[in-house]
Design a protein around this ligand. Structure first.
Ligand SMILES: [Zn+2]
Length: 224
């Protein structure tokens, strides 16, 4: 992937699927459909709730949280008032739940947030919350199935809440063979260039500590 692809500023690496509707890296489409077929055979309807997301989308999420237009939550899921927080505290809070624009694994098209269409009532929109995937939640059986089977298809969970600075995301799966190349390609310099050119709230603070953020949110991920 080139710098624009690594930071989600172009979508030249992305293929749009119709069934199920999603946008993934051209080399991830076939492995994902294989995973989906195997899941279906065991009774799970893998729904890609979120797949490729571009830089400008991530930027609008970031700026809406930073400015208080979208709720900012602490690690326990409680709402925070951005007015009470310094710019750096806001950045830390946003990063618990949202990626820095340019540093989202969803930019690569290798990462997909999954739910089970067979486990939710008609019309229900998966929220991707820890409760949904907890033992009593509707997606607990899916989480168990993926835990056992995803690796056979090349998928793993980068955010298990162990090494990664991101909260545990039991719904977030990544296709390792392509994602690992992207992770190695997304250097601090590539990320810095993308952020420096963007109207990102808190940009000065982010750029000042970009080396540290790069380690916490790009380099360090969880392996099985
Ligand atoms: Zn995700």
């Amino acid at each position: 992937m080139n710098d624009g692809e690594l930071t989600g500023q172009v979508r030249t690496h992305i293929t749009d699927l119709e069934q199920p509707r999603c946008a993934v890296h051209e080399h991830v489409a076939a492995p994902f459909l294989n995973l989906r077929r195997a899941a279906l055979a065991d009774g799970f309807d893998l729904v890609p709730v979120s797949s490729f997301r571009d830089f400008s989308r991530q930027l609008s999420i970031w700026n809406a949280k930073f400015s208080g237009q979208r709720p900012m939550l602490d690690a326990a899921g409680q709402a925070l008032d951005p007015q009470d927080l310094s710019p750096w505290e806001r950045i830390e809070a946003i990063l618990l739940w949202s990626a820095l624009p340019g540093a989202s694994r969803h930019h690569w098209g290798t990462d997909i947030d999954l739910a089970d269409g067979n486990a939710s009532p008609p019309g229900y929109r998966p929220q991707l919350t820890p409760e949904e995937f907890a033992p009593a939640g509707p997606f607990a059986p899916l989480a168990g199935w993926l835990e056992v089977n995803a690796a056979r298809f090349g998928f793993f969970r980068p955010f298990r809440g162990v090494l990664s600075g991101v909260q545990p995301e039991p719904w977030h799966f990544s296709f390792a063979p392509v994602a690992e190349n992207a992770r190695r390609g997304l250097s601090v310099a590539v990320l810095r260039e993308a952020i420096a050119a963007a109207p990102l709230l808190g940009k000065d603070e982010v750029l000042e500590r970009l080396d540290e953020l790069h380690v916490r949110y790009v380099t360090k991920i969880d392996w099985p």
